[in-house]
Design a binder for this molecule. Structure first.
Ligand SMILES: [Zn+2]
Length: 381
């Protein structure tokens, strides 16, 4: 099998059977509850590894990787459908078994200020600790790695494939890399040894200790900030807002290159005053230079009855962010829109011209505006 054929075969994200989602309501209980009781007493299998950030408590094992803090009795699986308590140990079921493998332009993550025009070797394993009503990848995110068709790719092989295919980076993406943390960490560690960068595309629902450890091997992150109202976050995404804001602060403190995506969903996250509160918070907390992507919603999954986001709404969001003082504000999923481009915040020169995921022109020279010399934050080489 040649490489192209292999990658084609490994791109299994959209295939496979559809898991019944009847358990969703029950899963929206908060911290501490176990999620899937008594799943199995089988052996954890080849693609498993002992889970990190697990502690023994009087109530059983508690997973402390994410703020859910699932308690796992014998045979129980966490809300992420990834961690399972078997025979006195907690295992991650996602290690070396990605259900999606693609080569993407880095702009697709989206990362606009990180190695433009380069490619990211992109992998996902099944599972997610969120329950977004609008999930784009629910066929893989709302499943356990035991339920998806997977490739056999241990960490060293992922790095070999990335290097062999000329990718500058490896992206942990599509589903939720917090849930395949151990696989991410080991792959990213090897990638660093091969001068390949690592990209964390996440919803940012992770505890501080595992995040700080991950920051040692991650070069760039795009975090979804899915709204700015606590109740909306819980109803729309099944998690709390506050831990996501902490994640943004930690990534910045740790020096990881950060970009933020906000999906503007009609009737859910399109209120001008709430968008204004969000962008004011970002500015006040030192994120003025952090690229912010307002992304257009398309009707999907449980929100397929809604219209796609009007372009005028996205433009309102962008104007609001610029008014707050954010310097690099983009509109996503509207190919050909001016707000796909990077402009110098000082002299307004068009610096990077994009069309969808393609770069038409790049006038950034050594990280500065070629016209006035202003430093443009990012990782440019
Ligand atoms: Zn300039």
């Amino acid at each position: 099998m040649d490489k192209r054929e292999f990658l084609k075969c490994a791109c299994l994200g959209a295939g496979g059977c559809v898991l019944g989602l009847g358990g969703i309501d029950k899963l929206l209980a908060w911290e501490g509850g176990s999620a899937f009781a008594g799943q199995s007493d089988d052996s954890p299998g080849k693609w498993s590894t002992e889970a990190q950030f697990v502690v023994a408590t009087s109530g059983g094992f508690q997973c402390r990787k994410c703020p859910h803090g699932c308690f796992l009795g014998p045979g129980d699986m966490g809300r992420c459908r990834n961690r399972i308590n078997l025979r006195g140990k907690v295992y991650s079921l996602a290690y070396g078994n990605p259900c999606a493998v693609h080569i993407d332009p880095v702009e697709k993550k989206p990362l606009f200020h990180f190695l433009p025009s380069s490619h990211a070797f992109s992998i996902a394993a099944a599972g997610c600790n969120l329950r977004c009503l609008n999930c784009q990848n629910w066929e893989i995110s709302q499943k356990s790695p035991r339920e998806t068709e997977n490739a056999d790719m241990m960490p060293a092989r992922v790095v070999d494939e990335a290097v062999g295919n000329g990718c500058a980076s490896i992206a942990y993406t599509y589903s939720e890399p917090v849930t395949f943390y151990e696989y991410v960490f080991d792959t990213a560690t090897i990638a660093r040894e091969h001068h390949t960068r690592n990209i964390f595309k996440s919803s940012g629902y992770i505890n501080e200790a595992p995040l700080r450890k991950l920051c040692r091997v991650i070069d760039a992150a795009n975090i979804d900030l899915k709204g700015f109202e606590e109740k909306t976050y819980q109803d729309l995404n099944g998690v709390r807002l506050a831990p996501v804001l902490e994640t943004l602060k930690v990534l910045k403190q740790e020096g990881v290159w950060l970009e933020i995506t906000n999906l503007v969903i009609p009737t859910w996250t399109d209120k001008p005053d709430v968008i204004g509160k969000m962008t004011d918070w970002l500015y006040a907390n030192g994120f003025a230079d952090t690229p912010l992507h307002f992304s257009r919603f398309m009707p999907l999954y449980k929100l397929d009855q809604l219209p796609s986001t009007p372009v005028a709404t996205l433009e309102m969001a962008r104007d609001t962010a610029l008014h707050s003082g954010m310097k690099y504000v983009y509109i996503g999923n509207v190919p050909g829109h001016d707000a796909e481009n990077t402009y110098c915040p000082k002299c307004r020169t068009l610096l990077v011209e994009r069309k969808g995921y393609s770069i038409m022109k790049n006038r950034i020279v050594a990280g500065t505006c070629s016209s006035c010399g202003t430093r443009i934050p990012g990782v440019w080489s």
